[in-house]
Write a protein that binds this ligand. Structure first.
Ligand code: UDP
Ligand code: MG
Length: 140
């Protein structure tokens, strides 16, 4: 069980295109998460490649980098007790067809690749990923 109070998320290009920023943010708020930092931005392919470097050897890496740089995203740091684990529960499984009823991916994702949201998988990665996007002055 994780103990950190923050996690990092992105609303991915598929969800932005489908006009689901508002409904997804509402789910995050309803799930008890407070917004610490937030920005609407677009990653270059180089930036997306660096963010997902951990997956470099996976067969889907090229497709993932192309998708994540295909349009704007919303990046955010979120706060709640047990943030990483509780947020992974709120978003559901990577593959939306396997995600539990009522989860963000079940509600808003269309495929295992275009799965609406990112959520950090550990406290350590939550810190690394938050630092990728936000300075201390951008956190409240
Ligand atoms: N992904 C993909 N095909 C796969 C597995 C993952 O395109 O077979 C993409 C998907 O967008 C996923 C991201 O790569 O969210 C990172 O994969 P990971 O296994 O870390 O899943 P997550 O932590 O996002 O649930
Ligand atoms: Mg992951």
């Amino acid at each position: 069980m994780s103990t950190g109070r923050t996690t990092f998320t992105m609303i991915k290009p598929d969800a932005v295109k489908r006009n689901n920023i508002g409904p997804i943010l509402a789910k995050m708020n309803e799930g008890g998460f407070r917004i610490v930092a937030m920005k609407y931005t677009r990653l270059t392919a180089e930036q997306a490649g660096k963010f997902y470097e951990i997956h470099k050897e996976r067969p889907f890496y090229g497709e993932l980098v192309a998708f994540m740089s295909s349009g704007p995203i919303v990046a955010a740091i979120l706060e709640k007790d047990n943030a990483v684990e509780d947020f992974r529960t709120l978003i559901g499984a990577t593959d939306p067809s396997k995600a539990a009823e009522g989860t963000i991916r079940r509600l808003f994702a269309t495929s295992i690749g275009e799965n609406a949201v990112h959520g950090s998988d550990s406290d350590e990665n939550a810190i690394i990923e938050g630092n990728f996007f936000f300075s201390q002055l951008e956190r409240f």
